[in-house]
Design a protein around this ligand. Structure first.
Ligand SMILES: [Zn+2]
Length: 370
């Protein structure tokens, strides 16, 4: 049984328009590319190919998410709004000017959700042991009635609701290590005791005032949301400590049937949007720790769904290391940037970072299988 892999050329064609970063161009803002450009994902797909890793992977077929799939999470009016804007010759946006898309943006977003669904489906039916869905656009910021942060539809949440309804799946743990808070996933499952959402992110980065330690779920779901808002400047030491002290114990206590990782690479050292220092080796170790806990609690059933990561030069190497780890393969590509990054003093866990991790770890005893 192999590692499943989802990638479609069409993901690279999703058009976010001429922005400068995430700002629409204007009188004093010269048009440039959008941060959420195809490059960081297309170049990861290219590296998977050129490194030979693709030979070790089982390519999964993707069908687009249907309106019924979308409506398990999203409001009908929101889905209609996206479809109507997507049918315009120049596209539109989700209501958030930074989350723009060209003609056919609805169809690419349905393919992204369908890609994550395909990864979940094939892990659940045993075709593959685990799977990496290299999808675009990303999904973890999308809320039921609001797309934001470059996300149109909530890829992971749609896949979880599908699995519940169509496959009878019970408890699912979502580990979100994108540098931004996984607000959409958290909001959708806030009151759901069967879905554990854990987000490690840069404190108060995006969305503003979202992902605080005090956000812990609501109603019957209280205790099933955990946030680890790390200070800007955190490196491998802080991330690996957050995994060891909070994420892995919480997952062990929750005993999920399935683990889904919201796999962003924008906590990487060269990312233009994050202010963190994680390296290829840091991601490799984080992925290895997820695979180890999955072997303990859920027969190794892990799906990683691609989220952010905006350094076209560096993100591909981080992604390759994670997929290699899932597939237990070694291409020898490594980290060509390692020399400059491993020596940074703040790669080690710092006291102010430890304080946040300890505060989050205090919530782990409240996590239990529902
Ligand atoms: Zn992000």
């Amino acid at each position: 049984v192999a590692t499943g892999y989802v990638w479609l050329e069409r993901y690279g064609w999703h058009d976010t328009g001429t922005h400068a970063g995430f700002l629409p161009s204007g009188p004093t803002i010269q048009p440039l590319g959008h941060f959420e450009s195809p490059e960081s994902k297309v170049r990861l797909a290219s590296l998977v190919e050129v490194s030979g890793l693709v030979e070790c992977l089982h390519r999964l077929q993707v069908t687009p998410a249907s309106p019924q799939d979308l409506l398990r999470v999203h409001d009908p009016a929101y889905v209609e709004r996206i479809k109507a804007a997507s049918d315009q010759p120049h596209g539109g946006d989700t209501g958030d000017p930074g989350t723009a898309f060209g003609f056919g943006g609805y169809e690419s977003a349905c393919l992204a959700a369908g890609g994550t669904m395909a990864a979940v489906r094939h892990v659940l039916d045993g075709t593959v042991l685990n799977a990496y869905a290299l999808v675009r656009p990303p999904g973890h910021h999308a809320e039921p009635g609001k797309g934001m942060g470059f996300c149109i539809f909530a890829n992971i949440a749609i896949a979880i609701r599908w699995a519940r309804e169509e496959m009878g799946t019970g408890r699912v743990a979502v580990i979100d290590w994108d540098v931004h808070h996984g607000n959409g996933t958290q909001k959708i499952f806030a009151a759901d005791p069967e879905t554990l959402t854990i987000s490690i992110h840069q404190d108060n980065l995006y969305p503003f005032r979202s992902g605080l330690l005090t956000e812990r779920g609501s109603g019957a779901g209280f205790g099933s949301a955990i946030n680890i808002p790390l200070p800007a400047g955190s490196g491998n030491g802080a991330y690996l400590s957050a995994m060891a002290e909070v994420v892995l114990p919480a997952v062990r206590a929750f005993m999920p049937e399935l683990i889904i990782v919201a796999c962003g690479f924008d906590a990487a050292a060269y990312d233009p949007l994050g202010r963190m220092l994680v390296t290829v080796d840091g991601y490799r170790q984080m992925a290895a720790s997820v695979m180890a806990v999955a072997a303990e609690v859920c027969q190794g059933r892990v799906i990683m769904s691609h989220e952010g990561g905006y350094s076209p030069s560096y993100a591909p190497f981080c992604g390759l290391a994670v997929i290699e780890t899932m597939a237990e393969a070694e291409t020898g590509v490594g980290d060509p940037f390692a020399t400059g990054l491993d020596v940074l003093p703040d790669q080690e866990l710092q006291p102010h970072q430890r304080a946040v991790i300890e505060a989050a770890a205090a919530f782990v005893p409240d996590v239990r299988p529902s």
